[in-house]
Design a protein around this ligand. Structure first.
Ligand code: CA
Length: 229
């Protein structure tokens, strides 16, 4: 059974989330603080996905996300944000989260987002081929889902990997943000197309020589992005 960590300091919200995840077939591990969440992740290496509330006593959800990513690129992360938080600030701070859900959310929305991320993490749609896409200086290995540039490994989240795979399967083709969203996040994604921009911004920091002047992932104004070769 897929194990989900639920980090939320408000007990009633936490039990609401846990109840709905259990109904949807997930096993849950509960944390009331960021420190506790990090400890539980160490104790349960089989946790596949983490829901992180942002506003917490002690270290906040962004810091928890940051610390998880420092050691683990595999776990899926969904941030639980409040509507009152400015989205620009939130997205800027989402270093390493795969998705976010805005409070208040319905049980259906939450489980749909968890299901969608969980499916993407499954990696069960990986094609069986020779496993490598070489576009120097980049090499994408679809078997271990890794990317390297000039032989140097670039650490990617599973979502970032999926975006890179889409780009490298379509070199030189302008892809609309909606197309990227549908291909990577799935047709049933409830969120906003902005999540694409958040991930592209982060990918540029990892793959570009100069992220402020991107040459590999170029912007197609008013449309989307292009893997520019
Ligand atoms: Ca809170």
């Amino acid at each position: 059974m897929k194990k989900v960590l639920v980090l939320e300091d408000e007990a009633n919200i936490r039990s609401f989330v846990v109840l709905n995840l259990k109904r949807a077939g997930y096993e849950t591990v509960e944390a009331g603080s960021g420190e506790e969440a990090l400890e539980l992740l160490k104790q349960h290496p089989d946790i596949r996905l983490a829901l992180l509330d942002v506003m917490l006593p002690g270290i906040d959800g962004f810091e928890v996300c940051h610390r998880i990513r420092a050691s683990n690129s595999k776990v899926g992360i969904i941030m639980l944000t409040a509507r009152t938080q400015e989205m620009d600030k939130v997205t800027g701070l989402m270093t390493g989260a795969d998705d976010y859900v805005t409070k208040p959310f319905s049980p259906a929305e939450l489980t749909a987002r968890v299901d969608a991320l969980s499916r993407r993490l499954g990696g069960d749609t990986a094609p069986v081929d020779n496993g490598e896409i070489s576009q120097p200086p980049f090499l994408l290995n679809t078997r271990n889902r890794t990317l390297s540039k000039n032989g140097q490994r670039i650490k990617l989240t599973q979502v970032e990997y999926s975006v890179m795979k889409l780009f490298m399967d379509n070199p030189g083709k302008a892809l609309s943000r909606e197309e990227i969203l549908e291909s990577v996040w799935g047709r049933d994604y409830y969120g906003e197309v902005k999540i694409v921009d958040v991930n592209i911004r982060r990918l540029r920091l990892k793959v570009e020589d100069d992220p402020t002047n991107p040459t590999y992932i170029t912007t197609v104004w008013g449309f989307g992005y292009k893997w520019g070769f």
